[in-house]
Write a new protein. Structure first.
Length: 509
């Protein structure tokens, strides 16, 4: 192979060799921290050990241990994940690994309910973004589930967030060798990845490591310390163990997800103790521990924690419809289910009455979907834009209103649909579930627009539509014909305007 087909770059831990692919230099599976096993189990990430010679980096590192994605998978199942302990790796797509290039950098944080996800999903291929935007794209693996987010006595909280900080420190220290500019870094993520971005905006440890941020469908779930401790005890209890490093460190990392999956099957029984969390699909979220995450993102941003970071934040119109499909509930929600959801997720004791009055023509299924979309993603995302502007920063708000082409459009603008639009539909992975294996011309057209907006923002700070302000609430609607309008979900906004997104409490001792 010629040198151009085998690009090399120097890092603080040693030289890496990648591969020239489709006009880009691509490096996969570069360690940004030591494998978090053995003595490093449940510890904060430690710098990668140096190596001699040239390290081949043409294959993704193994994903972190996690529960299976399939919603109908058994609670306790053999995990079909690749073996290996190098979970903490980054991947780089760059037009050229030229230290003089100093291109903008985009760093992706995947979603997955804080319990699953990996950078090797084909949906997260950074090639089209890097090429179209003439910039450097970095993706990373971080610990999820028990390894990354369970409260464990003797271990730091929010280990998954600490992994993300370590990856951003790797970018700061190494990205110049790959043609990137460490002073022009944009962090972007979706769902739990967007919740992570929101947390990073509030974390002193992350300050200065990125300069712009894009948060796509921010979940409003952050745990109080008391709730996190109780959930940690319940997960460890599935194995007859205590939630301590001493007890859990001896369990095979690939075995621990079974405990979380087993608990997930009976979380509703914890409703008296855990409140609304017991009605969700995951027992994991970042913890407002007063140290790693000192405060709720909305509080921190309103106090100016990220006023120097330019922000895009938004959500999809029909967020929760994806979960209706995954739960087999499309077309099956009756008035009883709707009433329970309105009471469980609404912002006030009279939420059912208020929602029915605000949406008098909505069906039971629409109400069921609306209140959960609002509670979990739509209102937290809107409120993040509000908080950023109150704190003296700048935000740009969007809503995706384009319907997924699969299933005859029944999914609408559902959760996750923005991801294949941002990266470009590429076939395979989670993206193909929503846009199909062969993207339509309309899909490609909208994706090209979204990619251009995201990369323009990463380059200049301007995505191409006006900044948000709490008075006019100008919002970019992402559709076949993108437009700018006042925030379109005004009825929901009014229902939630007095609600405070606080760390979710332990509701019974």
């Amino acid at each position: 192979m010629s040198r151009s087909e085998s690009p090399e770059a120097g890092t603080t831990a040693g030289v890496v060799r990648g591969r020239r692919e489709a006009g880009l230099d691509v490096f996969r599976g570069i360690p940004y921290a030591q494998p978090p096993v053995g003595e490093a189990r449940f510890a904060a990430p430690r710098p990668a050990e140096r190596w001699e010679g040239v390290r081949e980096t043409t294959a993704f590192g193994p994903p972190p241990p996690q529960e299976p994605f399939a919603p109908d998978a058994p609670a306790v199942a053999p995990w079909s994940l690749p073996t290996g302990d190098d979970w903490l790796t980054v991947n780089v797509w760059t037009p050229e690994a030229d230290p003089a290039a100093r291109r903008p950098v985009m760093v992706w944080i995947y979603g997955g309910a804080y319990k699953m996800g990996a950078a090797d999903d084909p949906t997260y291929n950074g090639g089209r973004l890097a090429k179209d935007g003439n910039l450097v794209v970095v993706t990373l693996n971080y610990r999820v589930g028990v390894e990354g987010f369970l409260h464990i006595e003797g271990a730091p909280a929010n280990r998954g967030l600490l992994d993300q900080v370590a990856a951003l420190e790797w970018v700061r220290d190494n990205i110049t060798a790959f043609g990137g500019d460490p002073d022009q870094v944009t962090v972007f993520g979706e769902s739990a990845g967007a919740g992570s971005v929101a947390a990073l905006l509030a974390m002193p440890r992350a300050r200065g490591l990125f300069h712009r941020a894009i948060a796509q469908s921010v979940p409003g779930t952050y745990f109080s310390d008391a709730l996190a401790r109780d959930i940690g005890a319940a997960v460890a209890g599935e194995l007859g163990l205590r939630p301590t490093v001493a007890d859990l460190a001896g369990v095979d990392p690939r075995k621990l997800p079974e405990a979380g999956a087993a608990l997930g099957g009976r979380m509703r029984g914890f409703r008296p103790r855990w409140g609304t969390v017991a009605l969700t699909a995951t027992p994991y979220s970042p913890v407002v521990d007063g140290d790693v995450l000192p405060d709720m993102p909305w509080t921190a941003l309103a106090e100016g924690s990220a006023r120097d970071v330019e922000l895009i934040v938004g959500h999809n119109r029909d967020e929760y419809r994806l979960f209706l499909m995954m739960g087999g509930l499309l077309g099956k929600v009756d008035d009883q289910l709707a009433s329970a959801a309105l009471a469980g997720f609404g912002p006030a004791p009279d939420s059912e009455q208020a929602y029915r009055a605000a949406f008098p023509d909505a069906s039971a299924e629409q109400l069921f979907e609306l209140v959960q979309s609002d509670w979990l993603f739509r209102m937290p995302s809107l409120r993040l834009a509000d908080a950023q502007t109150v704190g003296g920063g700048r935000a740009h708000l969007y809503e995706l209103t384009w319907s997924a082409p699969v299933h005859g459009g029944a999914l609408g603008a559902c959760h996750g649909l923005d991801v294949p639009l941002v990266f470009g539909p590429q076939g395979g992975g989670l993206g193909s579930m929503l846009v199909g294996p062969e993207p339509t011309p309309e899909t490609e057209q909208l994706s090209a627009y979204v990619r251009s907006a995201w990369t323009a923002f990463a380059t200049t700070g301007d995505p191409g539509w006006p900044a948000y302000d709490p008075e006019n609430r100008l919002t970019r609607l992402l559709d076949t014909e993108p437009t700018v309008t006042a925030y379109p979900e005004e009825a929901s906004r009014r229902l939630w305007e007095r609600h405070v997104f606080e760390a979710l409490p332990l509701t019974a001792g």
